[in-house]
Design a protein around this ligand. Sequence first.
Ligand code: ATP
Ligand code: MG
Length: 176
Amino acid sequence: MPTELPLRLFFALKCPSDLGEAVCNWRDSQEIGGRPVALANLHMTLAFLGNQPGAAVEGLEQLAASVRVDVFTLRLDQLLMIGKDFACLTPSHSPSPLNQLVEQLHAALSTHGVVLDARPFLPHVTLSRRVQALPDLQPRPFQWSVDRFGLYRSDSTPRGVLYSELARWSLANPRH
Ligand code: ATP
Ligand code: MG
């Protein structure tokens, strides 16, 4: 019987294309350097699952469907270096629905037996990698209306990493 290759999975917010274009235009007009992330790949990781068997996807989809969080606005207002050399946009304030989304996902994943990285969640959108030093500048804030999250698989290809959306879920519209 052929052994199925595991899938490299993560839950994330995918940057909408109009926001992504504005972010890329701003990034490319600054001297950030490094290896820019492709527009189609701009995202914020909520939970990184690493390698999982393909058969796990259905269970992951079920647990994600139990998440109940209202739509929210994310204000990306800081340019920071994260890790050794990642230039990232981050929110100086992490809105509570974002924290709830991450907490609910992490709790459901842990109940499901998925072991996550022990590092605390750090909301960020990576703009460029292998950046030497950041120019001293701050973005005009980018407003992101977040109304969904998704489950993605990540594949390394000769043309660079490719993310494919396996499923997506809408956030709730709060009652007036
Ligand atoms: P590549 O590793 O091929 O350069 P990538 O980092 O974009 O590309 P992945 O390594 O598959 O692709 O990671 C997918 C997402 O998960 C990225 O946002 C990455 O920063 C995040 N991620 C990867 N490893 C971890 C980890 N151990 N903990 C938290 N997030 C992670
Ligand atoms: Mg990586």
